[in-house]
Design a protein around this ligand. Structure first.
Ligand code: COA
Length: 377
């Protein structure tokens, strides 16, 4: 990836999903204007006897009862009015307006942990961004709230199955980072709920990206890689093979294969020398390699056990040979391949033909046959 691509990827990675999701972005801008105009207010309250707080807690209890029908009402009342629980409420229409959303939580400062008990937005105001806004306000608040030098940097909740999607968009994850001793026995566990945690960083934003952020970042990176990658670029195929009659071969320099150079192929200097008088000065040029191959075929052909390998197996004499051996090779074929000057691009290909020739003999013939033994000698 180029430096420019990396910078682009980095810039995009620092965007939150809200920034990438234009719709959610517009919702949040709309709420910014409501807050700036004083139409939308957030208050942190608890059962401290103040009349306005008590009224909001009653409204909040009613909101939870409606929006969380599976929660026993007396349990909601108990927690909302419990003096160890705090509630952050959103009021629309100023101080005398309607209570439209709330989150009730209990701080455990010694455990650096806040347990979210309830969270709801009134039915008419859902999916307008209030749920996100109030959660962000809560995060901001707990990050600035210390008691005895302790700060809450973990928010934990038992999310109802319907709410798992909402909480994961708010940076909550099912993998719990906080040590179990820190939360077990402190927070109330619900059957059927999913335990979720949000780890808060210094800025109050989740320290760990949420699953949706991870997905979004992954797809951003993939898009950038795709835009820089050449793997979708199609090159014309090799023309040289089109015009060749069947059985003819052409030698192609790798750097002449369309696309190979573009992928960064750098031809290496020859890594070895052929130490044999038949190979000229030993540099593995086509001419030297073929001189050496010719000499090898000559020497092998003169071996006393070479007779089964000099010519192709006669199918009249061995009718099923070509049913068994699908890639037959013999010394005459190897010689023709050498003389074509185009077949053996390197010594590995030449050695592979020899290996195949002897192996074919061992595959077709049993170990006690002269052919099998000749192949081994
Ligand atoms: N499941 C999956 N995703 C949800 C969701 C849910 N139940 N509720 C909201 N979302 C998504 C929204 O589609 C939105 O996604 P987007 O940003 O990609 O568009 C994102 O979460 C935030 O939406 P937002 O408008 O900020 O949320 P909201 O104001 O609707 O509030 C709840 C979300 C869950 C608080 C609200 O729907 C609610 O009160 N539900 C009933 C009570 C409840 O289940 N509370 C949670 C358990 S205590």
């Amino acid at each position: 990836m180029s430096t420019q691509g990396l910078q682009l990827a980095e810039r995009k990675l620092h965007h939150s999903p809200g920034q990438e999701n234009k719709h959610a972005d517009r919702r949040q801008q709309h709420l910014d204007r409501q807050e700036e105009g004083g139409e939308l207010l957030f208050k942190l309250i608890r059962n401290d006897g103040r009349e306005d707080h008590m009224q909001w807690l009653i409204d909040l209890k009613n909101l939870y009862s409606k929006q969380l029908p599976n929660m026993p009402k007396d349990y909601i009342v108990r927690l909302v009015f419990d003096r160890q629980h705090y509630s952050l409420v959103a009021l629309k229409g100023g101080l005398n307006g309607r209570l439209i959303a709330g989150i009730t939580y209990r701080p455990f400062y010694t455990q650096s942990l806040g347990e979210i008990a309830f969270c709801a937005v009134s039915a008419h105001e859902q999916v307008k961004g209030y749920g996100t806004r109030i959660m962000n306000k809560l995060k901001e608040h707990v990050m600035n709230d210390t008691e005895g030098g302790e700060r809450l940097d973990h928010l934990i909740t038992f999310a109802d199955n319907n709410a798992v999607g909402y909480f994961s968009k708010q940076g909550f994850q099912k993998e719990i980072v906080l040590d179990k001793e820190k939360w077990s026995g402190y927070i109330k566990e619900y059957d059927g709920g999913t335990l979720m945690e949000c780890v808060l960083g210094e800025s109050g934003r989740p320290a760990l990206p949420s699953n949706s952020e991870m997905k979004e970042q992954k797809s951003e990176v993939e898009q950038i890689v795709q835009s820089l990658s050449k793997d979708k670029q199609l090159f014309n195929g090799l023309e040289v093979f089109r015009s060749l009659p069947e059985g003819e071969y052409a030698r192609v320099d790798p750097k002449d294969i369309p696309g190979v150079k573009e992928l960064g192929f750098i031809p290496n200097d020859p890594p070895f020398k052929i130490l044999h008088s038949s190979a000229g000065d030993g540099t593995p040029t086509t001419e030297n390699m073929h001189g050496f191959m010719r000499e090898m075929v000559r020497i092998v052909s003169q071996h006393q056990d070479a007779w089964p390998f000099r010519e192709p197996v006669d199918s009249n004499e061995v009718p099923d040979y070509y049913d068994v051996i699908k890639d037959p090779v013999d010394l005459s074929l190897i010689s023709r391949r050498i003389e074509s000057q185009r077949y053996y691009a390197n010594l590995h290909m030449f050695a592979a033909d020899f290996a195949r020739m002897f192996n074919n003999a061992r595959v077709y013939n049993g170990p006690d046959t002269i052919y099998y033994k000749a192949a081994n000698r």
